[in-house]
Design a protein around this ligand. Structure first.
Ligand SMILES: Nc1ncnc2c1ncn2[C@@H]1O[C@H](COP(=O)(O)OP(=O)(O)OP(=O)(O)O)[C@@H](O)[C@H]1O
Length: 487
């Protein structure tokens, strides 16, 4: 259905794709995997006509792809649901579905017809939202479905999903996969990008691996074991070694005390964390865990209760005060809260301590240290963060969280978008920080992230309902996250 051959794409001195290809057969779900910076998103830009390769060609059913400026023709062939949504939040579902094609021939918008056609489209693809709903009020899952329905209604039968599960909770991921399978039965073809390798085995038939801008292998998923896949991605045999931290010693000295904290979507949460202790916080999208964590680092105001670091109460709803008290954070949304993308790696990585630097050379020195310490794939410390791949941007956010040597870390989805190997090193950083005496809260449903924790608290409907000591079984934790109380 889609063939790309001999594609090379450079950005200045960076070679993002080096003579690569891909062939995707009609009706399959084809996975594209590779480490951060391997060139996946660049290939997506080429396959969607958003970027012109320096050399090579793309064809659809053997016909050369349309010229880059002919957006209408490209949209009929291919659509992409990006991690960062492309819907307009202030418009309704119906307006978004027919954006730029709301003229049904008369030169005027017929709102009645727009709504009716939107209703039909939503029914056809079984998307349970109202055409009049404002998109800003939809969940991430609903927004993705609106984007998929929009793509299919334009005529595209090839849909690229770029890390679609990164912001979804477990049940929503299962629903997305069920929908992918049923659309596949109706002739839709998918290119699926994910750093969660398990998902590839669940939903794809073929997998292509890129490494350092090169094509390494394409094979049926059934013939590619997980260790082989990781070896193809990393170029090294030996699998993964996520630190368990079970030999870490925690002291009796309390660093963080949370006392009956209540706020939007959560209530009466109390716990404390000692020096060297890592506490996991799990729960579904509606559990209130994100709102709770954002309240701890001052982004949201608590309605009652308190947060104290080393016995001093932190001013409520005040991020700079939280920073001064020694709380470092990795926020939930790296695009909007984590980075200033036009600033450099060095500027972003040191943002929380920038007043410490007088000389540019010292700032760039700190940037170089961050690049080495967090394994950031970049040309140098003065490269703007906007040039980095998604996973490498996430590593810059982690560097910033730790720059001021905080006593407490609040890390929300710290390994989101990070490749398997880099995940190992980021979790290694969390473990090492704890060994140096910091206390950390890791908010995540990723079991690998939670394995580094000394204990895991599970929230459900705004309250902590279970606590698991080290050694929990995956199934019991997942059951608790989903609200099943059976032991
Ligand atoms: N606009 C740009 N300017 C300069 N360099 C770029 C630009 N876009 C991408 N790159 C570089 O090209 C390389 C490939 O990046 P790409 O975003 O395709 O990686 P990726 O495989 O999608 O990674 P991730 O898993 O982290 O999303 C990286 O080294 C990146 O820094």
């Amino acid at each position: 259905m889609i063939t790309a051959r001999n594609i090379t794409k450079r950005f200045g001195s960076t070679v993002a794709l080096d003579d690569v290809g891909i062939e995707i057969r009609e009706g399959e779900s084809h996975a594209l995997v590779g480490r951060n910076g391997a060139g996946k998103s660049t290939l997506v830009s080429v396959l969607t006509g958003m970027a012109l390769p320096d050399s090579g060609e793309v064809s659809f059913f053997g016909e050369p792809a349309p010229p880059v400026h002919d957006r209408v023709a490209w949209r009929k062939h291919v659509a992409c649901v990006y991690q960062k949504s492309t819907v307009v939040p202030e418009l309704s579902v119906a307006e978004n579905l027919f954006i730029n094609r709301q003229d049904f021939g008369s030169g005027l918008i017929s709102w009645k017809r727009l709504r009716r056609e939107a209703r039909e489209l939503l029914d056809l693809y079984e998307v349970a939202v109202d055409p009049d709903d404002k998109v800003a009020d939809l969940t991430v899952e609903q927004r993705q479905l609106v984007e998929i329905a929009r793509a299919l209604s334009i005529g595209a039968r090839f849909v690229i999903l770029d890390e679609p599960t990164a912001q979804l909770d477990g049940p929503a991921i299962e629903r997305l996969f069920a929908r992918m399978r049923s659309l596949q039965d109706r002739g839709v073809t998918f290119l699926f990008i994910s750093h969660h390798l398990q998902e590839i085995y669940e939903v794809c038939q073929t997998v292509t691996v890129y490494r350092d801008a090169r094509h390494i292998v394409t094979a049926p998923v059934a013939e590619m074991s997980k260790p082989d896949l990781i070896e193809a991605m990393t170029g090294e045999a030996g699998g993964l070694n996520v630190p368990g931290g079970d030999d870490r010693v925690t002291s009796d000295v309390q660093v963080l005390s949370i006392d009956s904290l209540s706020g939007e979507s959560f209530s009466d949460v109390s716990f404390s964390a000692a020096r060297g202790e890592v506490i996991g916080l799990a729960g579904s999208a509606s559990s209130g865990k994100h709102q709770f964590a954002e309240t701890v680092y001052g982004l949201r105001r608590a309605s009652s209760g308190s947060v104290a670091v080393h016995g001093s109460v932190v001013r409520n709803g005040d991020v700079p005060a939280a920073l001064r008290s020694g709380i470092g954070c990795v926020p939930r949304d790296r695009h909007h809260q984590g980075l200033v993308v036009d600033l450099t790696i060095a500027e972003n990585a040191t943002m929380s301590v920038q007043s410490t630097f007088v000389r540019r050379s010292a700032l760039n020195g700190a940037g170089r240290t961050a690049i080495a310490e967090y394994d950031i794939k970049a040309a140098g410390p003065d490269q703007p963060v906007s040039d980095l791949s998604g996973g490498n941007q996430q590593k810059v956010v982690m560097a910033r969280a730790l720059a001021g040597d905080p006593s407490v870390l609040v890390l929300i989805n710290p390994t989101a978008g990070v490749d398997v190997k880099s995940k190992e090193s980021l979790l290694g950083v969390v473990d090492a920080q704890a060994r140096q005496g910091k206390a950390a809260i890791v908010v995540s449903d990723e079991l690998d992230d939670l394995r580094v924790c000394d204990r895991v608290l599970v929230m459900f409907h705004g309250r902590v309902v279970r606590e698991f000591a080290r050694g929990w079984r995956d199934q019991e934790l997942i059951a608790a996250i989903e609200g099943m109380t059976s032991q």
